[in-house]
Structures are given as structure tokens and as C-alpha cells.
Design a protein around this ligand. Structure first.
Ligand SMILES: Nc1ncnc2c1ncn2[C@@H]1O[C@H](COP(=O)(O)OP(=O)(O)OP(=O)(O)O)[C@@H](O)[C@H]1O
Ligand SMILES: [Mg+2]
Length: 476
């Protein structure tokens, strides 16, 4: 395997040449710079694993450079070299992130040992980093996009909360605003990151099953309980439990949950032993929990307990600045996933995206971009294949626009006329499309024939004829 690259930065030619020769003889590729400017260029170009950096350079101080590189997250290990080492400088350099400090005149063999150690450390560090990235990817931890002021504030709060000791966190926000995503970020940015992240949707499961899921059951606790089962509170011990749609939890389970949150104690279903679990609970809700409390559907004490730390994700229509960065992010994501070299959004598409109010929030935007990416044939993403409700929001509301002549076509800002529907790649049959439209009109009109006929701009007789032809008489 090729040895990792070394960058030597020193203004003295003799030092550069001799270091270069020495390490090349040991099999390392070496590049050398005589000042800070040259070093910066080589750093970007060559990506060295180790940098031997002189403290005094003609154009900048080596310490300044070190600080700049470390702040920018430059991955190489830096070994500082100086003719007159002062303890304070050494300490300062190490604090700034230098791997070590060596004094001139250089003892090459000693420097060699230092360098090998530095390499080993960086390699280990990189391994740890890529392992961690790997874990995050596998767990569905993705980048959170958001440049708007609100999202920046939300994210700085998220990071703060993640690293805090907070035992319960409540996330609210409309559907598709990123509650699941943020729950994962909180987990993976916390000290619990290496422990389990367990998620459960409280609305999807009947009460008795949910109880057994959360708290486990003893053997024989009920008819189907053939063996002991650990609940999610036990599984998530020392990790994070994400309770999605908490507003749907039954009053009985709300009480049981409150108890775990207050004294960490719980019992398995059918159990007599008190168990404890150290679990951070993140609860999410897309409905107004305040109101549920007022309507007595949600326990007030649990609400207060959960909302000690609470964060609200703003709907996308209230942070329009995020729309384009998100769209670009999804474009890159799907261009990789589908291996389609579509590199940018057209201006028309940008305008359409900014014009729509995204009731389904980020999820709706993501799905719209996915669809367009699948169907797009050009090098840039156009609005042609966006869902119809996005390109012409008015037409999505029944009664407005749908009966306009030419509703099958739309005119883009540049005057181009494009079809709203596209023929699938494998082709289709005209008859099939006609049948589909007749059926759809009937369904939309709930079987009201005059209304269905109006939707298709044909007479009732013509509609009846087509219903018969396509055997759609029963459709309502
Ligand atoms: N800021 C963001 N950056 C990148 N992707 C995002 C962002 N917000 C949401 N998404 C993506 O949008 C989709 C919907 O987000 P998520 O499932 O977290 O929403 P939710 O609030 O949990 O919705 P629901 O209430 O319906 O459960 C996911 O694919 C998520 O990765
Ligand atoms: Mg969700």
C-alpha cells in the first residue's frame, strides 16, 4: 500500500531538501512549501496526512496557520518545528490541535518516530469517524437543511438540548416538518449516541398492545404471552425512546408514562417487580397538545412534564428561504440515488416551488422533487413533471379552474405550453387513459353524472355512453 503523503513547510531550503530526501528514502511521498501561501495551495491539492510546519514563516506565523487549519477541520496531523522552543508556545500549539512539537536542529530518526505515531493516530481517528458516519447513515441520520433564521435558531437549540441532561423533550410541528429527523439528530448528537434509538408510533397500535410494547410483559401475562418480552423502555436503556404522535396515547398509558418519567420506575404487564430504566424520552405531536389538554383528552401533568423542553418546528410556508436549499439538497440526493446527471433546478422550477404553500411541508417537497427527478429527461430539473397541485395550486381545489378549456395544458412563465400529464416511458393506450379519466370524474363527483360530465366537458349522454363502453356504471 502506498505510504501517506507528507507536507513540509519551511522557509529554509536546506531543511526542506533534507527532510524531503530523508522521508522519500523511507518510502513516503513528500511535497514541500516555502511559505504559508504555497502551503495552503499544496494542502488543498495534495491532502497530506502529516504536515511538518515551521513556527516562523516569511509571510505568516505557523501558529496562526495551525489555528486556521484546525478550525477549518483540515484532517492531517500537524507537527510543529522550531529552532527555539518555549514551553508556552509548545503548550499553545498542542492546545490549538498540533500533534507534537520538535526542536531544531532536527533529529531525523526521532522525527520519524513522531511522524509514524502521528499517522497512526490520524488513521485511528479517521476510522472512528468513518465508523460513526457509517452508523449514522445506517440509522437514517441525515443532514438537516435550513438556512432560514428560524431553522438556524431551532438547530442551535437542538444541539444544545441534545448535549444537555434533559430527560424529556417535546417536538411539535405540522406533518412533514421534520420531527422524526430532529428526534434522530438529538439522539446522535447526545452522549447516548452509541446506545439504542428506538421509535414507536403511539397512534398506530391499540392500547393493550402498546402497553406491552412499551413496558414488556411477563410470560403468561395474557393469552398470547408465551414468553417474557422486554419492553422498549428496557431495550432503549441508556438510549433514547421516540414516542411519535403522543397525543393519541390513551389516558391509562399516559398515567403509566408519567410515572416512568418521574421516577424511572415501571412494571411489565403481568409483572410484580418494579423495574427502572435510564431512557431519554422524545415525544412528538403534530396536533395542538395545549388544546387536547383543555379538552381533557391529554393529561395536564404529563403535558407539563413533557414540555419542560419543547421545540416547535415551523411549517415550510413560514420559512420560504429554506425551499430552494432543500430542493437542491433533494436534487443531489436523487441524482445520486437514480444515477441521473441532473445538476440544477431551472429558474422556472424555482419560481413554481416558491409560489406554492406546501401544506405537506418538507415531505411534500421531497416527494415532488423525487417524482420530477424520475421523469425528467433534460440536464436541468423543470416544473413539467411536478404534481399538478404544485404547478397550478388553484386547479387542485374543486370547482376552480378544472373545467377551463385547455386544463390539460399549462403555460410556463417563458410562454412554453406543456402537458400536465405525461405518457409513461413504456407508452399507454388512449382508450385506457380515457377510461381512467371517466372513472376519476365519476369518483370525484361521487357518482353524480351531471357533475362528472361537466368535469370532462361532455354531455350527459356522451358520459353515459362511455360509462357503458368502459363498464363503469357502478362507479361512485
Ligand atoms: N430540514 C430538513 N432537511 C432535510 N430533510 C428534511 C428536513 N425536514 C424534513 N426532512 C425530510 O422530510 C421528510 C419528512 O420529515 P419527518 O418524517 O421527520 O416529518 P414529521 O414531522 O415526523 O412528519 P409526521 O408528522 O407526518 O410524522 C423526511 O424524509 C425527512 O428526512
Ligand atoms: Mg413523523
Amino acid at each position: 500500500m502506498a505510504k501517506p503523503k507528507i507536507l513540509v513547510v519551511d522557509d529554509e531550503k536546506l531543511v526542506r531538501v533534507s527532510l524531503q530526501k530523508y522521508f522519500e528514502d523511507q518510502g513516503y511521498p513528500v511535497v514541500a512549501a516555502e511559505d504559508a501561501a504555497q502551503a495552503a495551495a499544496l494542502l488543498a491539492e495534495e491532502q497530506p496526512a502529516v504536515i511538518l510546519l515551521d513556527v516562523r514563516l516569511p509571510d505568516r506565523s505557523g501558529m496562526e496557520l495551525l489555528q486556521e487549519w484546525k478550525e477549518a477541520g483540515v484532517p492531517g496531523a500537524v507537527v510543529m518545528m522550531t529552532a527555539d522552543p518555549k514551553l508556552d508556545d509548545v503548550k499553545a500549539a498542542i492546545k490549538l490541535g498540533a500533534y507534537d512539537f520538535v526542536s531544531k536542529p532536527l533529529d531525523f530518526d526521532e522525527l520519524h518516530v513522531t511522524l509514524e505515531n502521528a499517522l497512526e493516530t490520524t488513521e485511528l481517528r479517521q476510522q472512528v469517524r468513518s465508523l460513526r458516519d457509517e452508523v449514522r447513515k445506517r440509522m437514517g441520520y441525515h443532514e438537516v437543511v435550513g438556512t432560514s433564521k428560524t431553522m438556524r435558531e431551532v438547530m442551535s437549540f437542538v444541539f444544545k438540548v441534545a448535549r444537555s441532561e434533559a430527560g424529556t423533550i417535546l417536538i411539535t410541528g405540522e406533518s412533514g416538518t421534520g420531527k422524526d429527523l430532529i428526534a434522530k439528530v438529538i439522539h446522535y448528537e447526545s452522549t447516548r449516541a452509541e446506545k439504542p434509538f428506538v421509535a414507536i408510533n403511539c397512534s398506530a397500535i391499540p392500547e393493550t398492545l402498546l402497553e406491552a410494547e412499551l413496558f414488556g410483559h411477563e410470560r403468561g401475562a395474557f393469552t398470547d404471552a408465551k414468553a417474557l418480552k422486554k419492553g422498549l423502555f428496557e431495550v432503549a436503556d441508556q438510549g433514547t425512546l421516540f414516542l411519535d404522535e403522543i397525543g393519541e396515547m390513551s389516558p391509562f398509558l399516559q398515567a403509566k408514562l408519567l410515572r416512568v418519567l418521574e421516577d424511572h420506575g415501571f412494571r411489565r404487564v403481568g409483572g410484580i417487580r418494579d423495574l427502572t430504566a435510564d431512557v431519554r424520552v422524545i415525544a412528538a405531536s403534530n396536533r395542538d397538545l395545549d388544546r387536547a389538554v383543555r379538552e381533557k383528552k391529554f393529561r395536564e401533568d404529563l403535558f407539563y412534564r413533557l414540555s419542560v423542553i419543547s421545540l416547535q418546528l415551523p411549517p415550510l410556508r413560514e420559512r420560504k428561504e429554506d425551499i430552494l436549499p432543500l430542493a437542491e439538497f433533494f436534487l443531489r440526493h436523487y441524482s445520486q440515488k437514480f444515477r441521473k446527471p441532473i445538476e440544477a433546478l431551472t429558474e422556472e422550477l424555482e419560481r413554481v416551488l416558491l409560489n406554492y404553500d406546501w401544506p405537506g411541508n418538507v415531505r411534500e417537497l421531497k416527494n415532488a422533487i423525487e417524482r420530477a427527478m424520475i421523469l425528467e429527461e433534460g440536464k436541468k430539473l423543470t416544473p413539467v413533471y411536478l404534481p399538478i397541485r404544485v404547478t397550478s395550486p388553484a386547479a387542485a381545489h374543486p370547482g376552480s379552474g378544472a373545467t377551463e378549456p385547455g386544463a390539460a395544458w399549462q403555460t410556463l412563465d417563458d410562454g412554453r405550453r406543456v402537458p400536465r400529464w405525461d405518457i409513461p416511458p413504456g407508452g399507454t393506450s388512449l382508450e385506457e387513459v380515457e377510461r381512467m379519466l371517466v372513472e376519476q370524474a365519476l369518483k370525484q363527483a361521487r357518482g353524480n353524472q351531471s357533475q362528472a360530465a361537466r368535469l370532462l366537458a361532455i354531455s350527459r349522454d356522451a358520459l353515459r355512453y362511455k360509462m357503458k363502453k368502459f363498464r363503469l356504471e357502478e362507479v361512485k
